[in-house]
Design a protein around this ligand. Structure first.
Ligand SMILES: NC(=O)C1=CN([C@@H]2O[C@H](COP(=O)(O)OP(=O)(O)OC[C@H]3O[C@@H](n4cnc5c(N)ncnc54)[C@H](O)[C@@H]3O)[C@@H](O)[C@H]2O)C=CC1
Ligand SMILES: O=C(O)[C@H]1O[C@H](OP(=O)(O)OP(=O)(O)OC[C@H]2O[C@@H](n3ccc(=O)[nH]c3=O)[C@H](O)[C@@H]2O)[C@H](O)[C@@H](O)[C@@H]1O
Length: 432
């Protein structure tokens, strides 16, 4: 079977490489020619551990190729994966333009039966629309089936997650088409759930909302921990040992961000509204997250006084470690709020600033982590990059004007830092 993957971002590239690893022949199509140029010459346009070696391997084996001619990729393939972006519009609704354009290109170029597999996260009913959009553009009727195969990978461990998923969900209204997609994943040993199109679409949103709910829940408990002198990490451990609750996604911090949770929860909220329902839990999950930065900045000002004219150094911009993705990163919210309050800002990130200051952030970019300490009044850790944990904090304490550390991810060694003279505050660790 020849496979085309249309959209070569975090999900598309990972999906293509995962399929190559499963011994399929894959062509990736994208409209972003600069990105394709990089990929064709063995260079990754994004930071994602483990992808580069696999990309090199499959390019040299010729099991993988790249093209800007989506029409040709459609004509030469039997199974077409859609992995384009589904960003939020300013009103929170999902922008389906990229998906619609791909569907129309498929319709225009269909030269025989195709199975179209949508992996992009899109509201319930989108796969049926994809089917309609394709048929509308066909010069003459040719059968096509649409399958929903939501993606559950995380950035930072994308390829590992794609090759070792907890489950694979395959939604379709056509059993044969669903079986053909399941066969692609034959060698992945995990439960494969066959379901209807709409069910698969809703599973994806519900999974992301549930994960975000766990984080907002523990972040709300963290605020209570602050008031009662309790360490939220102990509460997480205590509740997480109950297997009905589970320990994962219970790390309190400065809040969840990224390219998906914020937009997917907004989109799910709209689905409720359109159904005439009020998404109460969802609203609370989003509200806790939206107020998290504001809550901890208030606590910071109680410690440091007016931040106007103070120098605050931000460690980490990416929304999580091992990615260069800054979409909806909490660090950006912190930077914007502190900038508005008149603070001088410095920032260091081992990957995000490699080539540029993305989004023109109002910060002085530090080339080395140590530069963040010089005459600084506060270090605010926003991303738990490994090199922050292994840094020689002791030797740099004297360089700070005020040795205050706010650990937005609760990852630093509180005891050791206090011992070498820092004022350390975490999220829900009592004290701030
Ligand atoms: N990033 C993630 O960790 C995850 C994302 N998803 C979902 O997967 C989808 C893709 O997400 P990302 O990979 O992060 O997006 P992305 O923005 O990194 O990549 C999208 C790619 O599609 C290309 N594209 C746009 N229009 C096109 C067209 N008409 N023809 C061909 N290519 C086109 C863009 O140039 C870009 O390279 C979204 O729906 C997202 O919600 C799902 C699970 C995980
Ligand atoms: O649909 C998507 O795009 C993906 O969204 C998330 O993956 P991702 O956004 O890459 O990263 P996560 O590891 O889920 O982290 C999201 C945010 O939550 C925060 N987080 C995570 C876990 C935790 O315990 N506490 C916490 O604050 C992270 O710092 C980050 O800002 C989901 O975990 C994936 O299953 C899903 O496929």
């Amino acid at each position: 079977m020849n496979i085309a993957v249309i959209g070569t971002g975090y999900v598309g590239l990972t999906t293509a490489l995962m399929l190559c690893e499963l011994n399929h022949q894959v062509v990736c199509a994208d409209t972003h020619t600069a990105k394709l140029k990089q990929l064709k010459s063995n260079r990754l346009p994004l930071h994602e551990p483990g992808l580069k070696e696999v990309l090199n391997r499959h390019l040299s084996r010729r099991s993988l190729s790249f093209t800007s001619d989506t029409g040709q990729a459609v004509r030469e393939s039997d199974i077409l994966f859609i992995t384009v972006g589904t960003p939020s519009k300013s009103d929170g609704f999902t922008d389906l333009n990229q998906i619609k354009k791909v569907a129309e290109t498929i319709g225009l170029n269909q030269n025989g039966y195709k199975i179209v597999v949508n992996k992009s996260t899109a509201p319930v009913g989108t796969c049926q629309n994809i089917h309609r959009w394709i048929l509308k553009r066909q010069p003459r009727y040719i059968p096509v089936d649409v399958v929903c195969n939501p993606e559950f990978l995380r950035e930072g461990s994308a390829l590992y997650d794609a090759l070792h998923p907890d489950r694979i969900v395959i939604g379709s209204d056509n059993t044969e088409a669903a079986r053909s997609v399941r066969d692609l994943y034959d060698s992945i040993p995990c439960p494969k759930m066959m379901t209807g199109l709409r069910t698969a679409e809703l599973i994806k949103y519900s999974a992301n909302a549930f994960l975000a709910m766990k984080i907002s829940f523990i972040n709300e408990i963290a605020r209570l921990c602050d008031s009662h002198g309790v360490d939220v990490a102990d509460v997480s451990t205590g509740i997480g040992l109950d297997r009905r609750i589970g320990s994962r996604f219970l790390k309190a911090g400065i809040g969840w961000g990224g390219s998906c949770f914020p937009k997917d929860l907004a989109s799910l909220g709209h689905m409720f509204e359109q159904a005439g329902l009020s998404p109460r839990i969802l609203q609370a999950v989003r509200q806790v997250n939206e107020t998290q930065v504001e809550y901890y900045l208030r606590r910071l000002e109680e410690r440091l006084g007016d931040v106007r004219g103070k120098t605050i150094s931000i460690l980490g911009i990416a929304f999580k470690p091992d990615t260069d993705d800054i979409r909806e990163a909490p660090a950006i919210k912190v930077i914007q709020a502190l900038h508005q309050k008149g603070a001088f800002l410095r920032a260091y990130d081992p990957v995000v600033f490699r080539h540029r200051n993305p989004a023109g952030l109002p910060v002085t970019v530090c080339g080395e982590m140590s530069e963040a300490f010089e005459d600084s009044d506060c270090i605010f850790l926003m991303t738990e990059w490994k090199n922050f944990l292994h840094f020689d904090w002791k030797s740099h304490r004297h360089r700070m004007r005020t040795p205050l550390i706010i650990d937005g991810r609760n990852v630093l060694d509180q005891k050791a830092l206090i011992q070498c003279g820092y004022l350390y505050y975490g999220m829900g660790k009592a004290g701030l």
